[in-house]
Design a protein around this ligand. Structure first.
Ligand code: LLP
Length: 421
């Protein structure tokens, strides 16, 4: 459920008219609905509330949408943060997420990033390799700190999602192969500055099947018991994120948070450990749209092209993953057409929709790319020297620009001619 609805013939974000907003901020722009993300977070939090030791941590995967206002909205509801870089850590802290609710994931954290996490006093590092165990021990020792870690396992399950966002297969770069966990735990336990207290797994994103997640969770439980039998004290199990969201109004939705929670309840029955979750997309995906204006339409040899002012640099998912985003007219049209929707960038990959049956929009019309709240603005680039677009947050009838459009002149000012030029 989201709060982008047609009212009086025009799409609104909550109580804000998107056409009026476009006049004020210019296109393209991202627009987020705080009510939608609040609702998604609360639904998820409540669905998993009683699981594990009864005090689960829902750590929002910051990578999905690191905007400060988004993080602050979630922080107020008690969300923690799953961060994967020093930049994300700084954002989570700046947004008011307490260090005690921050977990640091990632396959290649640098010494400086590890040090920043140690200094902040975060809850847990999810360590992904034997080499990182030693690195973190060194960094913690240098700071005279003792840190709690979970080891991310590679559960060797096939998450049955798009190859580029699958992370759980045996040959993925993530985690330590689960067979090596006892040795890795012993290695960590031998360092006086490390306290290995947990296990973690994340098998992939936009998951539409729960069975692979269940397999991974059961593997985590088996391993935790095995490690406890070997004398380790397990406190927390992090089952990652990954739950898919509906991208297409004409297709059956993926499992709901309630379905997901029921599966986790089954797989973790009788667990004494604290559970951690790292949802990203399901919290913010449907809480954002990208609003764009049709620049012109043109006829190819056989195709009808709709050229919009947003491009692959603003919303990369269609060109990178062939991802589908519904494209709806901000002023709904009854006439339909079959069109290829493209941006202005000089490559064929700058295509949002291929020969799609959709509303017959024309030059000057506004369209909304739906479900663009996750992995949208955060994956934007300035390719073709296009400025990053603004992000707007709506709450009821109020709105605020929560990230500025960077101006071409400011972008140019970051460059310099080399001294010999
Ligand atoms: N935890 C870890 C360790 C992750 O690597 C990820 C996502 C998440 C949690 C959050 O997963 P989510 O709940 O959002 O599915 N750019 C891609 C998605 C990449 C996901 C990477 N990892 C896309 O646009 O589809």
């Amino acid at each position: 459920m989201d709060h982008f609805q047609i009212r009086d013939g025009v799409m609104h974000a909550e109580d804000v008219n998107l056409a009026a907003l476009a006049k004020q901020v210019g296109t393209p722009f991202y627009c987020y609905s705080s009510a939608t993300m609040e609702r998604h977070f609360t639904v998820f939090r409540d669905a998993v509330a009683g699981l594990g030791d009864g005090n689960p941590l829902v750590a929002f995967a910051v990578k999905a949408n690191p905007n400060l206002a988004v993080l602050a909205t979630l922080a107020r509801l008690g969300a923690g943060a799953d961060v994967v870089s020093g930049g994300e850590l700084a954002r989570a802290l700046a947004a008011g997420m307490p260090a005690s609710r921050i977990v640091f994931s990632g396959v290649g954290k640098t010494r400086a990033e590890l040090a920043a996490g140690v200094e902040a006093g975060i809850l847990q590092f999810n360590v992904e390799s034997e080499a990182e165990i030693d690195m973190l021990a060194e960094v913690a020792a240098a700071k005279g700190a003792t840190v709690e870690i979970a080891i991310r396992i590679n559960p060797a399950v096939d998450p049955k999602t798009h190859g580029k966002i699958s992370t759980g297969g045996a040959d993925a770069k993530f985690g330590i192969p689960w067979e090596r966990l006892p040795a890795a735990f012993a290695q960590a336990a031998a360092h006086p500055n490390l306290r290995p207290v947990g296990l973690a797994a994340h098998i992939g994103s936009q998951l539409t099947k729960l069975e692979p997640v269940e397999d991974a969770i059961r593997k985590l439980g088996d391993l935790a018991r095995q490690l406890e039998a070997a004398g380790h004290q397990i406190k927390r199990i992090d089952v990652g994120g990954g739950l898919g969201v509906p991208y297409r109004r004409d297709q059956a939705p993926p499992p709901s948070p309630a379905d997901y929670a029921a599966m986790v309840a089954r797989a973790t029955e009788g667990w004494p450990w604290r559970l951690m979750f790292e949802p990203g997309r399901m919290i913010v995906g449907n809480a954002g749209v990208l609003v764009s204006e049709v620049i012109l339409t043109k006829e190819g040899a056989s195709k009808h092209f709709i050229v919009v002012d947003a491009a692959m640099n603003d919303l990369l998912r269609p060109s990178l993953y062939n991802a589908w985003h519904d494209i709806l007219a901000v002023h709904p049209k009854t006439a339909r057409t079959r069109a290829t929707v493209v941006g202005p960038i000089c490559e064929t990959g700058d295509t949002f929709a291929e020969d799609r049956e959709m509303e017959d929009v024309a030059a000057g019309d506004l369209v909304a790319f739906m479900t663009a709240g996750a992995y949208g603005a955060t994956m934007a680039s300035t390719y073709n020297s296009r400025p990053l677009v603004p992000e707007v947050m709506v709450k009821g009838a109020e709105w605020a620009i929560v990230s500025q459009r960077n101006q071409p002149a400011a972008m140019l000012a970051l460059d310099a001619k080399a001294p010999w030029l």
